[in-house]
Design a protein around this ligand. Sequence first.
Ligand code: 5AD
Ligand code: SF4
Length: 454
Amino acid sequence: MEKVLSVNNREFESIGRKRTYHAVTYGCQMNAHDSEKIVGMLNSMGYELTESEDNADVVIYNTCCIRENAENRMYGNLGYLKNIKAGRKDMKIILCGCMMQQDSVIEKIKKSYNFVDIIFGTYNLYRLPQLLYTNMETGAQVVDVWKEQKEIIEDLPSIRKYQFKAGVNIMYGCNNFCSYCIVPYVRGRERSRSSENIVHEIETLVSDGVKEIMLLGQNVNSYGRGLEENITFAGLLRKVSKIKGLERIRFMTSHPKDLSDELIEAMAECDNICKYIHLPLQSGSNKVLKAMNRKYTKEDYLLIVEKLRKRIPGIAITTDLIVGFPTETDEDNEETIEVIKKVGYSSAYTFIYSPRSGTAAAKLPMEDEEIIKTRFNKILETLNPISYEINKKHVGKVYKVLAEEVSKNDSGVISGRLDDNSLVHFKGGEELIGNIVDVKINDCKTFYLLGEKI
Ligand code: 5AD
Ligand code: SF4
């Protein structure tokens, strides 16, 4: 890091401006969190943020490969960058993240996008300074993608997007091999961090003004497996919840097959654990769940929901759904709709199945596109009125809201979140950001609430 910093400082002295970076993140919270570390390293090397990639000295794309459209978006943007770089040879283009863990992608980039300067993967992001320095020295394309994690690197510098909330990795990778999913292939086997390191990181964040943390893992419910210390996810939550000054704890993602009664108890008993859970269902048909290798039935899932609702009144449940998985029929889709109605989701991400090469399901024949679209629309038509009805129940009540940002559409409006993760817009100024304020809910739409600060 020091070497690149000294090159950049020399440049600063000669041209009178700092070198700049522009970082783009595709995909999930895990990637967003990795990007905070990447940006932290770039900052430590003397780079300064610029909002536009057109004039950036370094452009970095942290990529996602969960569905084909994420990959296509990245290639589209890369095509745009090619033209910019044609006029600015000294610009550095860096690609990293999940897409880069696939051999076919690396081959394609080497062949058709040879203007890319640096490529690294999900296991070695801490190597960025070294790779950047090598590229500066040699001018040649540098590719460094590992097939597995060698060690977990703690204490990388990080620049948080928000001062008052932060993500914290509690584990990396996934062992579940859901038949449609590429994550186990690009993020490797499950590895948990020690609870001591996690608690220490959160304590530091809280002393730096963080009020809310999101514990991150592909399957947080299996946290602790393989660690020397004897600890479960519920045990970790209880430890974290004791940290003084930490107001809100969220976590993501929970796999239903590993959700324990012990976790429900911890959520019910600890006040600072939010009344909110994201619990991907994927499908409500037992036949499809089996083909997806999800290892639970719809009955198992509904039982968990019943327990959650009984023990944690007011809990909001959200989910992920996949429509058009191979072998899915209209009847299977109807079963999914039935489960949606029974659970009453506050909101849901609905995805059209996208075959990912290398996964078990990729070999299965695809369903007709028009049929999938019809099923997809039916699902949305079921979800939306339920979300609206749930939101309506908030109207007239007062809630604690963490003020998060100025609304994108109105500079006099602040957007924030309730404990149950509902989004609310209310009149207010920038000075409220990062504070927990009382907001009375006056009205609602399908996807958000409208309120006033009291
Ligand atoms: N096609 C469509 N959706 C997928 N997901 C994961 N893999 C695929 C795929 N191949 C969805 C799942 C998961 C979410 C993060 O992305 O619903 O929960
Ligand atoms: Fe993918 Fe399944 Fe692992 Fe989630 S649990 S990351 S869907 S393989």
